[in-house]
Design a protein around this ligand. Structure first.
Ligand code: G3P
Length: 219
């Protein structure tokens, strides 16, 4: 079976703050070295530079489609790059943005050589945003986020239909929401995605390192 891509979203959990967050990043890096599986971490925005230089890809949880200038409180793509960030989630269920801004974010990241992962809450949204040619589209039914009920089991059809909805072979499909175990990752691959987005199943686990290892047990 092909190796998955695993995107670990730290969200704004206290469990992913400071040293706890860095320990998670180091554990993900070590697991990547052991297994050859591509793991990408998404720390909290103010802490992104604390995860630089650890030989693992660091993505932002959000980016704004702006150029340098007077944009108080926004996240400038070039500043992300300066923090060692090489990509970003866009339009996450918990941080939605209008379609036009999603399109602009994808274009700006592409120009900067950064990777874009656009989150979508429905098959229709997958169709709409995949036309912007991001590197990845992630289908994440909001009602399953944080539920511990894996989308790959709870609603496999939305995953397969999302894969079918993306006609551009350069746009890869991920799925997320409720993913926590190796069997969930395996199911996601069997449904045609290239990997998963997850957060609470690892970040809020009693033993995050053990939860990380479990994600790759099926390989
Ligand atoms: O970005 C992935 C996230 O929204 C999924 O959340 O806690 O269900 O893994 P969770």
């Amino acid at each position: 079976m092909k190796k998955p891509i695993i995107i670990l979203n730290y969200k704004t959990y206290t469990e992913s703050l400071g040293d706890k967050g860095r320990e998670l990043t180091w554990a993900a890096r070590d697991l990547m070295r052991e297994t050859g599986i591509r793991i990408i971490v998404c720390p909290q925005t103010p802490e992104l530079h604390h995860h630089k230089g650890y030989d693992i890809e660091v993505f932002a949880q959000h980016v704004d489609p702006i150029e340098p200038g007077s944009h108080t409180g926004h996240v400038l793509p070039q500043t992300l790059q300066a923090c060692g960030v090489t990509g970003s989630l866009i339009n996450h269920s918990e941080d939605r943005m209008p379609a036009e801004k999603i399109k602009q974010c994808v274009e700006i990241l592409r120009k900067l050589g950064m990777t874009s992962i656009v989150c979508a809450e429905s098959i229709e949204k997958v169709k709409e945003v995949s036309a912007f040619k991001p590197d990845f589209v992630a289908i994440e039914p909001p009602e399953l986020i944080g539920s511990g009920i894996p989308v790959s089991k709870a609603d496999p059809d939305i995953v397969t239909k999302s894969v079918e909805a993306v006609t551009d072979p350069n746009v890869k499909v991920l799925c997320g929401a409720g993913i926590s175990k190796g069997e969930d990752v395996k199911a996601a691959l069997e449904l045609g995605t290239v990997g998963v987005l997850l957060a609470s199943g690892v970040v809020k686990a009693k033993d995050p390192k053990a939860a990380l290892k479990d994600l790759v047990t099926f390989t």
